[in-house]
Design a protein around this ligand. Structure first.
Ligand code: NAD
Length: 465
């Protein structure tokens, strides 16, 4: 018989448990029957997810445009294609990931068989942010499905069109017994967090991460926390590609990317770099970026206002235009910034790039070391010596030389932070392992008792001593 499905949740106060509790109870009931375990089921669900993205591509692209003004090209490659790459990679490697590994048994324990095998965890709660509201819900879901888990998705209420599209289309493709989308804001998240989960996967900010960690502690639930921070870009060379790569990574999604270069540390005179950045912005987004279809908007009025306040904290040397009616802020470069203001104390998460001059590479390293460890640290330099010192000395979720953001789309690279920028990583096998229990199994026969030598009384040991 299947376990009591409601046993995991607080007893309902009346005869009618809330809709959330009922959904969770039924989901756990199905998950406990292990329908998510067979490889065939996982493959079928991953294919179904891919089919959903194919058949509703236009719906998702227009939802992303509605939520964040994302142009179709950018939305496709930075959201949909990243998820598709994760699905394809998982489909290609699933058999190998799921396979057990036999390990050597010490002579004293032989004959015996010992193996390590990844096992599903159970039911995973995935809470997502608004900035890549499709990718950051579905990439963790790919890992959850691949690892044989059931999952509940709680998309961000600040990207309501994408949240709505997920709630509408996902149930048409995935097995509703084990996958559900529950829409809502803080109240919904709070109710979800009160339940017992086998893993909670949050992508969001530090404040919410603390709420999630505290809720998880009540049930000793493991968590993955994908957070943010101020990812620095140290610029050592002035090749034309440097400004292009920086501007591309910074201004994609109007700077609302967790691994966007938050600020630049320019070694020596920053004027040539600023000049190149200005030209690049112009070549990317034209004379009037506020109306350019490839340049997105700010997610909410609150974030819009928060970013405008940052204009006061230094000298605007490029951009600075904004339009409150469309929530657009032009790509902006600032210098001579106040290191104690919100611009340099908080994650910027918008299209403002402060450029700070430092005299030496050493000074750049010290500047970074004096601040919390970010999600990524970028070095724009062709010097193997500087690259090697940078990787050795800088503490960050990822170290990238000359290709900011590109680390995100390589499924074999773990994606995650360290310290305040997060806990645990995913993508590819890292996500599969993160949402699996890596289980030990040992098997030995009793037909011949080869362990008899170790039983008490320990006269054999005393003889040796
Ligand atoms: P957020 O932390 O405000 O919200 C994330 C999610 O938490 C949303 O679904 C929201 O509804 C929920 N939430 C809000 N308040 C809650 C509460 N009190 N209890 C429980 N849940 C609650 O983050 P955001 O503003 O949506 O996203 C921006 C942050 O996410 C930035 O810090 C950014 O760096 C980070 N981020 C990280 C990554 C990554 O992969 N590491 C990616 C994108 C964004």
């Amino acid at each position: 018989p299947l376990p009591d499905p409601v046993g995991d949740f607080a007893p309902p106060v009346d005869e009618h448990p809330s809709k959330i509790a009922a959904t969770l109870a039924s989901l756990r009931h199905s998950a406990d029957s292990r329908i998510t375990h067979p490889r065939r089921f996982r493959v079928q669900q991953l294919r179904a997810l891919e089919k959903m993205l194919d058949e509703h591509l236009d719906d998702f692209l227009s939802a992303l445009n509605e939520d964040l003004g994302k142009g179709a090209t950018e939305a496709k490659f930075s959201e949909v294609d990243v998820v598709r790459a994760e699905i394809d990679f998982a489909l290609r490697h699933l058999a190998e990931w799921m396979d057990h590994t036999n390990v050597k048994v010490p002579l004293a324990l032989q004959p015996a068989m010992a193996k390590v095998e990844p096992r599903p965890l159970g039911v995973v709660l995935i809470i997502g942010p608004w900035n890549y509201p499709l990718q950051l819900m579905l990439a963790p879901l790919v890992a959850a499905i691949a690892a044989g888990n059931a999952a509940v998705l709680k998309p961000s209420e600040i990207a309501p069109a994408t949240s709505g599209a997920l709630a509408k289309f996902l149930p048409l493709y995935l097995d509703n017994r084990v996958y559900a989308v529950i829409e809502g804001g803080v109240d919904t998240a709070t109710e979800l967090l009160a339940a017992r989960w086998d893993h909670i996967f949050l992508t969001g900010g530090e404040k919410v991460a603390k709420v999630v960690a505290a809720a998880a502690a009540k049930h000793l639930t493991p968590t993955t926390l994908e957070l943010g921070g101020k990812s620095p870009a140290v610029v050592d060379n002035q090749l034309p590609a440097v400004a292009k790569r920086l501007a591309y990574a910074k201004f994609m999604n109007a700077g609302q990317t967790c691994v966007a270069p938050d600020y630049v540390l320019s070694i020596g005179d920053s004027a040539p770099l600023i000049e190149r950045l200005s030209q690049t912005i112009h070549s990317f987004y034209g004379k009037d970026p506020l109306t350019h279809p490839d340049f997105g908007r700010i997610a909410s009025h609150r974030h819009f206002q928060r970013l405008l306040d940052m204009f006061e904290q230094g000298e605007v040397v490029h951009g600075g235009q904004y339009d409150e009616t469309t929530l657009r802020i032009a790509p902006t470069i600032m210098r001579n910034v106040d290191l104690d203001g919100t611009l340099m104390q908080e994650e910027i998460f918008g299209p403002i790039l402060p450029v700070i001059e430092v005299a030496t590479f050493e000074e750049a390293l010290e500047f970074i070391a004096a601040r919390p460890a970010p999600l990524a640290a970028y070095l724009m330099s062709e010097s193997p010596r500087l690259q090697s010192i940078f990787s050795d000395r800088v503490r960050a979720g990822a170290i990238v030389h000359n290709a900011p953001l590109a680390q995100m789309i390589i499924p074999s690279l773990p994606f995650g932070g360290v310290g305040p920028s997060g806990m645990g990583s995913y993508h590819g096998k890292h996500g599969f392992d993160r949402l699996s229990q890596i289980r030990s199994e040992l098997s030995k026969t009793t037909v011949v008792d080869t362990l008899s030598a170790i039983y008490p009384p320990y006269s054999w040991a005393k003889r040796k001593i």
